[in-house]
Design a protein around this ligand. Sequence first.
Ligand code: PMT
Length: 396
Amino acid sequence: MELQGKHIVLGVTGGVAAYKAAALLRLLTGAGAGVQVVMTEAATRFVTPVTFQALSGRPVFVDQWDPRMANNMAHIDLSREADAILVAPASANFLARVAQGLADDLLTTLVLARECPLLVAPAMNRQMWENPATRRNMALLQEDGVSCLGPASGVQACGEQGEGRMLEPEAILESLAAFFTPKCLAGRRVLMTAGPTFEAIDPVRGITNLSSGRMGYAIARAAARAGARVTLVSGPVSLALPLGVERIPVRSALEMHGEVLARAGEADVFIGVAAVADYRVEQVAAQKLKKEAGGPPEIRLVPNPDILAEVAALPRPPFCVGFAAESENLEEYAQRKRQRKGIPLLVGNLIQDGFGGEDNRVILFDDRGSHPLPAASKDLLARQLIAHVAQLLEKD
Ligand code: PMT
């Protein structure tokens, strides 16, 4: 789990978005974090502490003079255990108070007395967010090292449209996980492929495969979290784009080939996760093939270019990572594929483990031999692969 062992103080301030803090709390605990909720008085007008108490399994603190703390030092004790304080939603009033160093309730006192990082997810009406006073306060906070998550723009609770909405809980979780990830690929440009390709037969039919894109998208997310600039050339999948990743959507292997080759010269790392069709239809029918045409149609196939092999053969190639999905003899076939394509690292998986699903089992093959990783979620394997790539890059 991505936040396993982390202790987070979740600050909730007064705003309509306080109801989304309950969903955020669930995501944080689901990701393995221990969460202590601290609310401002105003926040309790929107959601009761009981909700957060039930979801976190811990008492919720609001009052600086709470008698439950034997030493009356809630502001010190609650923050000392924390790896980070995350305030979501953070109101304009809260940002102003923290920017000025005020400590006039438990949450602001806790923030002033902290030794850990502070992240805020602002949420307010668009004019409050655009007000020069709020901008000044936010700039001051950022100068002081506070991380600002969002805000997003869209329709607001007041019915107006603009910037000031709190980021969705999933995006806040993603930003927090990225915050804790070591930046082992900082400054590196990673170009990737993911998903299947679709080779048209006629306007409605085609040849494709069962790749869901999950493995590739997990790697893109892990690389972005590790500080890389990630461009993902993606076949047709229905997955949400990981935060901070640029997606170039393509359909066929030829389109994927064109988009990758146009960018490969600038990449430091190329990772080919896509299940690319080895062949395409020579003559795509302009009209739908008709049954009445007499007998089954004859479809002639011609080979597609090998994208990975072409990138690896460039005069100054990026560090290339290939994938191999095999139904048997994984070690033998994968090693052979790595040599044939001339790449330093290849990730082998069995098709029954890799295609579809949330989990996978992979073996990494490089110059030093083979390194099997225990079966795990694609997210965890992606993080391990990125750490391995970063190590190899350092030695390169
Ligand atoms: O998307 P998921 O459902 O999560 O599944 C993940 C996966 C099983 C698709 C993935 O883990 C995987 O194994 N991807 C490679 C699939 C494959 O069979 O590749 P291949 O053996 O055909 O090709 C080997 C390598 O060459 C791959 O890096 C591939 O991207 C690349 N290739 C292949 C053919 C081609 N024309 N151009 C290429 O670049």
